[in-house]
Design a binder for this molecule. Sequence first.
Ligand code: EPU
Length: 293
Amino acid sequence: MNWYDGFETIVRPDIPLRDLTWYRLGGPARWLCQPRDEDELVAVLNAIRAAGIPWHVLGGGANVIVRDEGFAGAVIRLCGLAFEQIEIDGVTVRAGAAVDLPKLVRATLKHGLVGLEVLAGIPGTVGGAVRMNAGGRHGELAQFVREVRMVDAAGRICARPAAEMNFAYRHAAVAGCVVTGVLLGLEPGDADEALRRYREIWNAKYATQPPLAARSSGCIFKNPPQRSAGRMLDEAGLKGTRIGGAVISEKHANFIVAGDDATAQDVLNLIQLAKDRVRQTAGIELEPEVEIW
Ligand code: EPU
């Protein structure tokens, strides 16, 4: 008997994760679970919990490093139309967790709603963006969130007001929960001006960062309060440092780019080396921003 008896259409064993992440590194998931709606999600989560299996949620894979040996648990990936809807009603926008974040940003701008242009150039899904409170120097998702829809740690479908999400820098209170959608409040405004700003942010960003096509997971470390991790890594002389097929970007020192021959371990070794070096040079303990599975 398998723990996933009855879920064979949505649970598959030993599935490679590399093509589901931006890094395209690492090994398989012991199980990949792809529920198609909230009821299937609740049911499969209950089965996972009853079997005592560790689990993670995978969104767009833009902020995850999967170890070379893979993950010996269940990876939940919301998959299907129920999680891919965008509904715009006046200034209120509902988006499912599997919606591509850049697609949501463009859809709202097209509707003459402004605000989300500050998220220009951030890859991933809406669910991942909620979980990480995605953002940058121009703003963050939390500014616009009214409510987060989720399956909570007790396995109940609920809508949690933004005030209860403890949003902070790259943080939201979602431990043990699976985000299934979000309700945003935007503003009507000058769509042309917002689009201009969107392009401007995009261009400014990719003038200082490796392109989205490069294999990376964005910034590796969080910025410590009032400090820039990228600047500290740069000042520690780390740009261009290479281990195996992974290299610290010459363009922005908080990015580690994977080459064709890179392994996840190369990236992890480089993370450790960079952390050690900044501890020695700046006396600061950098914390990873990426998730390591
Ligand atoms: N800097 C250097 N050398 C470098 C990198 C940066 O001297 O190699 C300096 C810059 O010149 C600047 C300062 O450090 O004076 C800050 O750099 P930047 O403007 O690039 O911003 P950041 O703090 O490094 C943050 C986010 C990015 C986001 C940008 C722009 C974090 C860890 N990073 O970077 O987010 O794109 O602002 O909004 O919060 C991500 O989360 O994956 C990410 C890339």
